[in-house]
Write a protein that binds this ligand. Sequence first.
Ligand code: FCB
Length: 442
Amino acid sequence: MAQATFHFPRGFLWGCGTSSHQVEGRNTNNNWWAWEAQPGRILHGDKSGMACDWWNGRWREDFDRAAEGNQNAHRFSLEWSRIQPAPDRWDEHALDRYREMARGLIERNMTPLVTLHHFTDPVWLGEKGGWENEAVVDDFVRYTRKVVEALREYVTYWMTLNEPNLLALQGYLLGEWPPGKTDLGAALRVYTNLARAHAAAYHAIHEIQKEARVGIGLHVRPLLPAHPASPFDRWAAGMQSSMLNEFLPRAFQNGVLRFPGWFRRLPEAKGTQDYLGINYYTLDLVSFKLSKASELFGDRFYPPDAELSETGLSANLPKGLFDSLKWGMKFGVPIIITENGVEDSKDVLRPRYLVQHLHQVWRAVNFNFPVKGYFHWSLVDNFEWERGWTQRFGLWELDVATQKRSKRPSADLYAEICKENGISSEMVARFAPEIFDQMFPG
Ligand code: FCB
């Protein structure tokens, strides 16, 4: 049997990602809580409810699990609606609790990466027009200043916005998330305000904390023409990709928001990313459809022979991660994989998915791509937005009713990878023997 280890660079960040609404429980003062109460919005009428009960203190036991699993970093998010329950009111107790969490990571020798906005908005923000109203930029900066002052003692890695590209599309073009709009004009307004909010927050954070590292977590999804020979498919794929993938990191590089047939200068956004956070799950093929104007003239689907996850949410296409990292290089900043994972309640695909994707990351670092860390989504099963509790992304399984956690084999595999700072043939033989020959030929 071939024996080898794929080593990662010294100091590589190994962790998991989580977000406030998905794990804390009872976030009653945000737009998602209200959305969940509307019939038909969430699969099976599921509700976030107590989620993983972090707000009552279970973050401690879950951080212990991560630390015992040799993770040296963790990405979590702050809930704006808790910290600023009303436009003129700050909740210092909520801030204290987040300080405790950040300190809790430091005490466990883990580096915190803190997200300021992960999809949820305070109800009061929505009442003012949310991300469609330019006033959101000032509101976001006030909130940013408040939290950075409070947490700067423990945190240097900040993510202003999680997947702003998905937020604009899902909430304003496809209508699947609050506020449920299907309006391209609104989506562009929101995109612009998200970009401006990021840029303004970037400058505010650096004013307070020179050594801060600030970026966004971008949902990166390679979009490839279904028939590469078809100019129509290539056009539709390119158009969708420019909107989904390119729009924001380009603007943060050169200060121009550009979409085919539309552009806007945003000089204050130029040079506002210290790292690019890439959230990669899967890729899509695109075929041109004239009738799908509202969806940017394309049908999207997985390659017909691809292996699908448990409920078909994503296709296991690890090379897409390598291609996304390569694509991300053009923005000229270090890259952190801020999300990657698969829904798999029985943990039959996850060990293989993990090894195959990390192998692609290893390839990238060996080409000297500046990849600094990897955050698996997620530590414990959590509330998956419009898909409710139907999709299980955790290294640990959660029984939502009893809050009992049970370890999946992937948690042990990931613990070994984090400890070794690499993937050994011996690990693959034990956890994913079915891909051994593919990983270690000869
Ligand atoms: C990403 C989200 C994250 C989680 C994963 C599965 O789009 O950022 O909150 O839901 O998908």
